[in-house]
Design a protein around this ligand. Structure first.
Ligand code: C2O
Ligand code: CU
Ligand code: CU
Length: 506
């Protein structure tokens, strides 16, 4: 038996939890019948060879039976809601046709994927207009990890994700394959996308009715696009690839009986050591892969995963074969390169709440590049949250194009599960988180708060990863072009577009 310490707290500053927000909408336990947890199918490659993988990813409209009665109009990738799960293998050349079958412009952003920007990365500079398709090609070169694909057409990211445009992406590599982790997809290895929604008349979503500049919320937990799900457990251990896919909500996860679970991976892949918990908090866009051992239960038992005191998923225990697999105390080595001498410390100051959010005193401007870093350098980035310690909120800070190392939180060690690679970090009010950041792909990329209404509202900046020997210029999108497209596609005047962030950014 392992003698690892078991952590029982959420680490983040309690006064900053979203539960203290004026606009907080508590989750409510759904009253509808329990439904089998949707497990998104794996997206079939169009073709796969020893060296290459070909995919077609289609953004489409659809209808999903979420509640009894009327179906809900939703959007998804190769699916009516969310999407199929996309698998990339480290070392392969990936070719993806991106097809937009939606009635409006979108982009395909690969959150956490190490690809060039701004086009392959898929932020706001890479629009795909309705009825059109485009192709991206890149070499998958990164550690096994749980990443995700989501729409990113600033400042309408939040609306499109709310409609369903988000799906899990799994990177596989040889190192992770050697580890004693469950990996039978859909049986003992499953994505768990945590979201919340409010359903209006005829079971429909209504983004504008629920809009909140600090982040839209709904009282109903929606897990993998399932309301009130259960999962049939047929193995002693299961691995959950949990993603906080909510626009704003934090999840404070724990199981019934305070069942212990083990985190084995964070955003960028496997942790150096497994970390045991009874409680785990995730902020927006963060991922945690956890392994849960149901060895103490017997067929007929039920184990519930909660956030705060609301049930999210019920795990129904069935017959399983005994599995005494123990995780080694050391899993993988994490790179920790030396900082390049004589390089500046980048400063990112996240300030404000509601419409007043900004980074370094500015609102996002698609045409402005706020910072730069030389490709191959390793540099410190200090990320501060100047919100008031007692009334402010946690801003989950995300950077495209990198998996960084968290060096410290206000000079202290990062949390016990933050010793691996990350692309998103929750920053407490009054805190400065120091990151060690390096890039190996050129491009213009975004860094922002991942509360989607904050990023749409301008709490976002851009940086360029450059090579001094090969300077490049980029054609950057502008707000007017995007808003003109949205207005035309939605058949309204630009002034009448219900895209709240357009009035807050440039
Ligand atoms: Cu999930 Cu700009 O990203
Ligand atoms: Cu991203
Ligand atoms: Cu924020």
């Amino acid at each position: 038996m392992s003698d690892r310490k078991v952590y029982t707290d959420y680490f983040f500053d309690e006064p900053a939890f979203n539960t203290h927000d004026g606009g907080y909408i508590p989750l409510e336990a759904p009253k509808t019948p329990q439904e089998k947890l949707r497990i998104p199918a794996l997206l079939e490659p169009d073709k796969e060879t020893d060296s290459d993988m070909y995919y077609t990813v289609v953004a489409q409209t659809g209808e999903t039976q979420l509640l009894p009665g009327d179906k809900t109009k939703t959007w998804g990738y190769n699916n009516s809601i969310l999407g199929k799960t996309i698998v990339f293998k480290d070392g392969k050349n990936i070719h993806i046709t991106l097809k937009n079958n939606l009635p409006e412009v979108t982009t395909f952003h690969w959150h956490g994927l190490n690809v060039p920007g701004p086009i392959t990365d898929g932020g706001c500079h890479a629009p795909v207009y309705p009825g059109q398709s485009t192709q991206i090609d890149f070499k998958c070169h990164q550690r096994a990890a749980t990443l995700w694909l989501h729409a990113h057409p600033c400042p309408a990211t939040a609306q499109q994700v709310w409609k369903g445009l988000a799906t899990t992406v799994i990177v596989q590599d040889k190192t992770e394959k050697q580890l004693p982790f469950p990996r039978n997809y859909g049986v003992d290895d499953l994505p768990l996308v945590l979201q919340d929604r409010r359903f209006h008349e005829h079971n429909q979503l209504d983004y504008m009715a629920d809009y909140d500049p600090d982040g839209i919320q709904g009282p109903t937990p929606m897990i993998n696009g399932t309301i009130n799900p259960y999962f049939d457990v047929t193995t002693q251990r299961i691995r959950l690839r949990i993603l906080d896919g909510a626009n704003r909500r934090e999840w404070r996860l724990h199981f019934s009986d305070d069942l212990k679970f083990t985190q084995v991976a964070s955003d960028g892949g496997v942790l150096p050591e497994p970390v045991d918990f009874t409680h785990l908090m995730l902020t927006c866009a963060e991922r945690a892969e956890i392994i849960v051992d149901f060895g103490a239960y017997k067929p007929g038992d039920e184990v519930t995963l909660y956030s705060d005191d609301v049930p999210l998923v019920r795990f129904r225990i069935h017959q399983f074969t005994k599995d005494e697999t123990q995780l080694p105390d050391h899993l993988v080595d994490i790179p920790d390169p030396e900082v390049t001498p004589d390089t500046k410390v980048h400063q990112v100051v996240m300030a404000g709440m509601d419409e007043m959010v900004e980074i370094n005193g500015k609102k996002f401007d698609m045409q402005r590049i706020d910072d730069k870093q030389k490709i191959g350098n390793v540099e410190y980035w200090d990320i501060s949250n100047t919100n008031d310690k007692t009334s402010g909120m946690i801003h989950p800070y995300h950077m495209h194009a990198t998996q960084f190392k968290i060096v410290s939180r206000n000079g202290h060690a990062p949390y016990p599960n933050e010793h691996g690679l990350k692309d998103t970090v929750g920053v407490n009010p009054g805190e400065t988180v120091r990151l060690k950041v390096w890039f190996d792909k050129l491009g213009v990329f975004m860094n922002h708060c991942h509360i989607l209404e904050h990023e749409d509202g301008g709490m976002m900046a851009q940086f360029e990863v450059y090579d001094p020997d090969h300077p490049k210029t980029y054609k950057l999108m502008d707000m007017d072009t995007l808003m003109t497209a949205f207005a035309k596609e939605r058949g309204v005047k630009k002034a009448d577009l219900n895209i709240p962030g357009m009035h807050m950014t440039n």
